[in-house]
Design a protein around this ligand. Sequence first.
Ligand code: MN
Length: 726
Amino acid sequence: MQLESRLDSIIKKVRSYHPDPNITQLRDAYEYARRMHEGQSRKSGEPYMTHPLEVMDIIADLRLDVASLVAGLLHDTVEDTDTTVEEIRSRFGEDVAFLVDGVTKLSKFQFNTRQEAQAENIRKMIIAMSRDLRVILVKLSDRLHNMRTLKYMSSSGQERKSRETMDIYAPLAHRLGLYWVKTELEDLAFRYLHPESYYDIAEKVASKKRQRQSFIREVISILDDLLSENGIDAEVYGRPKNFWSIYRKMREQQIEFEQVFDVLAFRIIVDKRAQCYESLGMVHNLWKPIPGRFKDYIAISKPNGYQSLHTSVIGPYQERIEIQIRTQEMHKVAEEGIAAHWLYKEGKAVPDRDDEKFAWLHQLMEEHQDHEDPVEFLESVKIDLFHDEVYVFTPQGDVLSFPSGATPVDFAYAIHTEIGQRCSGAKVNGKMVPLKYQVQNGDIVEIITHKNQRPNKDWLSFVKTGRARTKIRKSVRREQRERSRELGRELLDKELKNHNTNIRAWERSGKLDEALEKSRYATSEEMLGDIGYGKTQAETIVEKIYGDEEGDDKQKPKAEKESRLGQLWNKIVDRGKTGVVVDGIEDVMVSYAKCCNPVPGDNIIGFVTRGRGLSIHTRDCKSVSHLERERQIAVSWANDTEVPDSARRPVSIRVYCTDKPGLLANISQSFSAAGVNISEAQCVTTDDRRAVNTFEVLVNNRDQLTRAMKNIEKIKGVYKVERTTT
Ligand code: MN
């Protein structure tokens, strides 16, 4: 009976703000929940049903819609009774089922609130995950009632719930502009987290209660008179600040309770915005303002829409008091938070169009109306406040936020640079995923590392965070420098072999230092790197030391020297004219692989060879797959490179045709028409009067080659033209 009369009073409250509530559904939901929770009781000994009812009452205080009220009544049925979400859907509709499901899921989260910094992430994650803001409002109502009745819980449960409330739910209420929910949650949590301080403050506030109340009355009457004398119609209220904010002030300023003067806060509520500033002027004229305490949240409102003027003054008896000045409309927003932005018109809830501060809500509403039944209540609105971010867990339960589209590699670098560098694989929710997998809200990401793993240049194509990008670039560059030093060392050693010595001997004898000095290098790393990149030549370095001893060598004809170099480098084209770019550096010594004979325009890849510089292959060359991955270097053709004749690339072309006199002449004509020189030709005829001609030609680039091949294909009698590889 008691429960029924409680329900009636709540329904009365709903009618006070809702023009046309579905009372039948509210009563049905109540009956259903009561039946489901039959026989269950709360820790206090009361019937369990008191809890859903009180949650519903708080939801009514938040002035929410019927679906939210119903969800409040049913919020524990899926978790604690035999009911399923499907059952609720069939009885109360999709909307209620969605809310109950959302609240049930949120309740299952075990928040790890060790770190303060985590709270913001978790808050955002809750919003991102629940999408529909009403899920959070119902959950907040549930939490508020649980906190109000926390005394029946075990002390460890009290501690945990209070910590979670302080870290997550109170800030969440604050973010939504629900000040009364926020302050009540704070004071309730404070009581269990710091009981001694709480009761100390509570006692001190109470002991001066009478004195305080007469003081409050005095200030109110002074302000009333002041404002009405000046023709401003205003309501004035006064109250002690909440205990938690007094405590926080004591702690932050390291002061005693007695020194916290402005424990009293007054509120002046006027009609018009201009009157706020007028009233402020009058107050400051009457009482001395405390410098640095004035805040204009009207001109610049808080992100959650809160508007007010705040000031602290030295009031009667030199007592410091805080005064907030706002309009009725601003007050409504401050008290009701997000709910103040819904107008109940003709049975619909629509956002208040006159309120510019909530333009984002209007926009959301409008977007949604395009594809939803506009007759629906605010339940149709999905709040996607943080759609650009995703929140994922470490296996330890910490939450990290990332830009949407982020990958396990971003995650790995966010954990630790070393983890990123050694990241070889990833598991998401226990399953292996590719490294370019895009993490989703709530994913648990685990990184697999391998000591031989190195950052891969390909990662740059999918990572989303600046941190990962920078680290990968840096590492790839460093590795290429290392490789070029390694290559430089090999080249110098090879050159020294001609003088029957080697680098170790040079190091021991001090000749290396001498060479460094003579060629103006500060370190051997720098010099070897330059040799590797082809910026300087090993021979030049060696000459600095042996040049004088081997006077003869200097006199040798240039051609001979070049041929020796040629031997060493095989088919290396002159530096700076190679047309190949390695990581933005053009002066690279390269040789072109014989197996695939790449020409400018081909998709290519470089390999650091032992002693032959960088060997360039086409990416689809068969030998590539056999080569060591660590020696791969991404290379590309330099743009707009004028290819000198000396840098023309030899390519082998095979032409299948009929064995017909004159055809060979036509083919060679086609080559020269495309500007391609033939350096060698071979002709084989087959028994069936066919011919296979193989041409060694020199081309500038792929385009030229393609042009020549197309021309040849058009010749009558030609079956097939192909570029050969070995
Ligand atoms: Mn509950």
